[in-house]
Every structure is written in C-alpha cells, then in structure tokens.
Design a protein around this ligand. Structure first.
Ligand SMILES: [Mg+2]
Ligand SMILES: [Zn+2]
Length: 216
C-alpha cells in the first residue's frame, strides 16, 4: 500500500525520467476517487469510524480484481493542510478502508493522497502542488510506480475536478451520481471544463461500463 506523503511530491519529476524499465507490460487501471465514489461523502473523515463504503463498492472493486485491472485510489485530503487531522489519522483511515474491503474479498493496488492546499495552513502542506486534483500528479505518479497504462485506464469520480484530472492524465473518465455527482451533473454540467466519457449511477455501474468496454 502506498500513501503519498507531501515530501514525496518532489520525486515525481525524478521518477518520470527514471531509466528504470519494467519487465512486465503496463496494465490498465481504474483510478477511484475516495469520498463520494468509493466511500460515502460525509465531509472530512477525521476518524476511521467515519469511513463508510458505498453499498456496492466492494463488489465493484472485486470485479476489477478478478479482471486483472489495477485499482488505485486517488484522493484530495486537504484536511491535512488545513490542520483538521494528521497524516497518522489519514493512515488509520486508509487502514480501515483496506480492512473493510478485505472483509469482502476486495483489494486495492495503491492509495495516493494529496495532502496539500494552495493557500490554507502552513508549509510543507501549504503549497501549489502538481497532485491536487484537477491536476493529474497522483495518477502520473501511480502509473510510473505501479506500471500502469494510462491510455487503457479509467478514472471514476463524483466531481468535475476528477473528470479533469483523468483527462489531463490521458485516461477516460466516468462521473458517478453518488456523493456530489448528482448535484454536479444536474446543476453544474454546463460548467464542466471536460465532459465525462460516461455517467453512471454508482461505482458498480461505472465498473460494468469499464469491463463491457474492454470486451473485443
Ligand atoms: Mg469525491
Ligand atoms: Zn498535492
């Protein structure tokens, strides 16, 4: 399990130019936004007990696991920059996420979090970073570290900023109508800088679309 810590962001450029070559072919991934997509949108998750999977999320992740598609969470957690919770709390929340999924036979290949905010809090968390969605840094970093083929990958999220991050990284994108999704799509869709490739009721519907699209 990989959690992006703030100081790691500096290594992104270095990694992108690394001469390291993987022996296995890059594989497709589904990048999942966390709050409102994989888990219930409940505001800042400042305690593991606040974390709740959406009803059909574990099944969605399990289907991707069975299809050999990497499942990578990409999440903005500016609550850290704002001082609402610590990196230790975030790690505990993500341990709870992994555990809840494991109880249902579902596994993540990675969790990447942006803990920054451009104007709130203090350095090192207060910074203009390349990983806060809608920027694509979390996806690009995961692709290098996990050997992912972005052109055969999909991002699933509940906000316009997720869709934009997917496009910027070269993936397809699916907007789910859970979390903020219904409101964003019903009232804000005209102001989406990038339109999603598909709109799905929830994560499981999004995964159905992804898997259907991969059949020959
Ligand atoms: Mg979200
Ligand atoms: Zn960041």
């Amino acid at each position: 399990m990989i959690a992006l810590r703030s100081q790691d962001a500096k290594f992104l450029e270095k990694l992108a130019y690394s001469p390291y070559t993987r022996k296995v072919a890059p594989r497709p991934a589904v990048f999942l936004d966390r709050d409102g997509t994989l888990t219930e949108e409940v505001g800042y998750v400042n305690h593991p007990k606040r974390l709740r999977l959406q009803p059909r999320s574990a099944e969605a992740v399990r289907r991707l696991n069975n299809a050999g598609i990497a499942v990578v969470v990409v999440t903005n957690q500016a609550g850290i920059a704002r001082g609402y919770f610590s990196e230790d709390v975030l790690a505990a929340v993500h341990a709870a996420l992994v555990s809840q999924l494991k109880d249902e036979g579902a596994y993540l290949d990675g969790i990447y979090a942006c803990t920054h905010h451009p104007t709130a809090g203090e350095p090192p968390y207060r910074m203009v970073c390349d990983c806060r969605k809608p920027r694509p840094g979390l996806l690009l970093r995961a692709a290098v570290e996990l050997g992912l083929d972005l052109s055969r990958s999909t991002l699933v999220g509940d906000r316009a900023s997720d869709v934009v991050a997917g496009r910027a990284a070269g993936t397809r994108s699916v907007l789910v109508l859970t979390g903020y999704g219904l409101g964003e799509w019903e009232y804000q869709r005209d102001s989406f800088p990038v339109k999603p490739d598909h709109v799905a009721e929830d994560l499981l519907d999004a995964v159905d679309w992804v898997l259907g699209g991969q059949r020959p």
